[in-house]
Design a protein around this ligand. Structure first.
Ligand code: GLA
Length: 703
């Protein structure tokens, strides 16, 4: 028998090949009894090294591995740049394993930990310790997940502000590297990739989803070697000199989280969803939010905001969030960030009148903050210019007229904690919208105004996590939303320290359909802020009917980002009906399995949520643009129980007759219809003819 270790939980297992000192992932996915990696042992090809090097969890050039090394580092004299580790200890349990390795020549120790979680995700990390007498500079410490050779395609994510979470497909060929240097997770890349078999879709193909749980700079490489083997390697992207280990010091990588599936992307996504649900369990319901940003922007006026709160309460809103503009000299976005005192100019009696009004209406009060930032035009910056992540001697690069505070510094964190703590003590605040509105550039952690400092993104990110945790410990009831100009900081690690994310500044429902679809490939819907915007979307100027806007927002953590005072009676009644529907469906929407379908008509999207026991579901048929066919093509639902019959109910509380398509299929004209799961999954259901930018919602109950 070959030397292997298998860890497993439920239907997921990891087989580690221990033939050589460095453990290598031989299999990750479904349980295969007696997996023997020798079956894939390579012959020695001509004109290559005498022994093919494995793709270890840490790839080592020193052993003859000729692709990307997992560890790049060196000592001041240039030594220890190509370490070769020996395994010195291992602890194996059913579902986890811990290896200790050491390199006596390079004077380094490495600990590798891998676990299969109850969510059937695989979580791994590595910790490197400098056991030598000199400093050790770490340039890269990235883990490799071996992929089978039939994983020939990749789906990674791109986007921009107002168009986040856009999947793109490419070949798993040669070397593809995603590098993020924005100092936050970013709008245009995500630390995530799916590798899979040819043409893998939502419900077919072998798929391996990989996410790096990190909110700063990162790199993800998908590398196909000359012999055809391949791996996905990921870790933090460190700037030169950013991590230098003193003798005895350690560096731990962010967690790598893998979700595998033998039946397409959707089951892998569901594992990621369970992973988030397990790491940060939902306490109570996700409250329906009214956010003031697009309603009033910086124009804070008590009477208007009170009227807005009244309007919100009357339609069923549960949380009122006062956005930017309440503090310091912050009357627009050019000044005031950093001065976290309530503005006496705008709020002469403090926030009490609005907080009391909101809570008096039975709603919770939430507040916007952007703690990591400072405007040069602020008292905080004038007093502590060296608190910023800038580099002495250079003109700082501004973003939205602001600089980043070095949250790697304890004094900066103490200042921010004290300010936020004081606000949370003084006011009945149940929610913080924690924003982060610029990329980090030239981020050096200066100790004084003329200290050149070192690259400080790594320290900043860890400091932000620590600050968030400190606030949560001091104020355990307060929920925190992560926002970064919309979805610029959404990743598995920020979701351990916060409760919800602002998905995108774009509230245009057509854009939101694709943004939210991409989002749910990685994260569950209850953390996905989804707000009903105004008739004309502020960021695209497109006009959309209320039914489409509400049916789109329904599938996330629902809110309103619209001046409800502009809505007429009928509009408010429609919003109230949507909120009522949401509250009724909330346990299903936020506890069920999200399911996306590959639909045959490119003009439409089909998605839904099914309860874990498969007795209750809600499905959405979304007409994005006019179809090429005279009538739309049937939608086939997966994920149901083939042996059950389901009663189908049309949910038409959200659409006015005008929005809803005129040409209804036969089943919609019946009083009621019951169909088997098997039929719905094989031949499907005929949608009506719809106007573009409208949705049909169908509720299914097992009978
Ligand atoms: C960012 C956020 C918005 C809003 C503004 C306030 O752009 O994404 O939702 O909070 O900041 O300045």
């Amino acid at each position: 028998m070959s030397s292997v270790v298998t860890i497993q939980r439920g239907a997921t297992s990891v087989v580690l090949d221990l033939e050589l000192p460095m453990p290598a992932i031989a299999h990750i996915g479904g349980v295969i009894e007696g997996f023997d990696p020798r079956a894939l042992g390579l012959p020695v090809a001509r004109a290559t090294l005498d022994a093919p090097a494995p793709i270890g969890v840490l790839t080592e050039n020193g052993t003859g591995f000729l692709g990307r090394p997992g560890l790049v580092g060196f000592r001041p004299d240039g030594s220890a740049w190509a370490p070769i580790f020996k395994r010195v200890a291992e602890e194996v349990e059913d579902d986890r394993v811990r290896f200790e390795l050491s390199d006596a020549v390079a004077e380094l120790e490495l600990v590798i930990e891998i676990e299969v979680t109850a969510s059937e995700t695989v979580v791994g990390s590595m910790t490197l310790t400098n056991t030598g007498a000199s400093e050790y500079t770490v340039v890269r410490l990235s883990a490799s997940i071996t992929m089978p050779v039939h994983a020939t395609e990749l789906v990674s994510f791109t986007g921009r502000w107002c168009k986040e979470f856009q999947p793109r497909r490419h070949d798993f060929d040669a070397l593809s590297v995603i590098e993020n240097r924005r100092g936050r997770t970013s709008h245009d890349q995500l630390p995530a990739v799916f590798a899979g078999s040819i043409g893998f879709g939502e419900h077919h193909g072998d798929v391996w989803g990989v996410q790096l749980a990190w909110s700063g700079n990162y790199e993800i490489a998908a590398e196909r070697l000359a012999d055809g083997r391949r791996h996905v390697q990921c870790g933090e992207l460190l700037s030169p000199g950013e991590v230098v280990l003193a003798p005895g010091a350690s560096y731990r990588t962010p967690d790598v989280v893998v979700a595998a599936s033998q039946a397409g992307i959707t089951p892998a996504s569901q594992r990621f969803h369970r992973h988030v649900r397990a790491q940060n369990p939902l306490v109570g319901d996700r409250k329906v939010i009214l956010n003031t940003w697009e309603a009033v922007y910086f124009n804070h006026d008590l009477a208007t905001l009170q009227a807005l709160a009244d309007a919100g309460a009357s339609v069923g809103v549960e949380r009122f969030v006062l956005d930017d503009g309440w503090f310091g000299s912050r009357r627009d976005d050019t000044m005031g960030l950093g001065d976290w005192w309530v503005s006496e100019e705008v709020w002469p009696d403090g926030l009490h009148p609005i907080v009391d009004h909101v809570t008096g209406l039975g709603m919770e009060f939430g507040l916007w903050v952007e703690p990591e930032m400072v405007n040069p035009d602020s008292d905080l910056y004038r007093e502590n210019p060296h608190w910023t992540l800038t580099t002495a001697g250079y003109e700082p690069v501004l973003g939205r007229q602001q600089l980043v505070l070095d949250c790697g510094r304890a004094d900066v964190r103490d200042y921010l904690f004290d300010r936020i703590d004081a606000l949370l003590d003084e006011y009945a605040i149940g929610y913080l919208k924690w924003d982060m509105n610029r990329d980090l550039v030239q981020g050096s952690n200066q100790r004084s105004i003329d200290d050149p400092g070192r690259a400080g993104t790594h320290g900043h990110v860890l400091g932000v996590y620590a600050l968030l945790d400190r606030i949560r410990v001091a104020h355990p009831g307060v929920e925190i939303e992560s926002c970064a100009s919309g979805g610029g900081r959404v990743d598995l690690e920020i979701l351990r320290h916060t409760d919800r994310v602002w998905t995108s500044d774009c509230n245009d429902a057509l854009e939101r359909q694709t943004i939210q679809r991409g989002f749910t490939m990685l994260f569950p819907p209850e953390v996905m802020g989804a707000h009903i915007g105004p008739l004309r979307a502020h960021t695209t100027h497109r006009v959309q009917q209320l039914g489409f806007r509400t049916a789109t927002a329904l599938f996330g953590s629902l809110g309103i980002e619209w001046n409800l005072l502009d809505a007429d009676e009928a509009g408010r009644a429609q919003v109230a009906a949507a909120i009522q529907l949401y509250k009724r469906l909330r346990p299903l929407l936020h506890g069920g399995d999200v399911i996306r379908f590959d639909h045959d008509d490119p003009a439409a999207l089909v998605h839904g949520v099914i309860s874990p026991d498969r007795t209750h579901a809600v499905m959405a048929y979304v007409q994005m643009s006019p179809s090429m066919t005279t009538v739309p093509l049937p939608m086939r639902f997966g994920g149901l129980d083939p042996d059950r019959r389901y009663r189908l109910d049309l949910i038409d509380d959200l659409q006015s007759a005008d929005e809803f398509g005129r040409d209804r299929p036969a089943w919609m004209l019946l009083d009621s219809i019951e169909l088997s799961g098997a039929q719905l999954m094989s031949s499907g259901l005929q949608p009506p003819v719809l106007h573009p930018e409208s949705v049909v919602l169908i509720e299914l109950h097992a009978v």
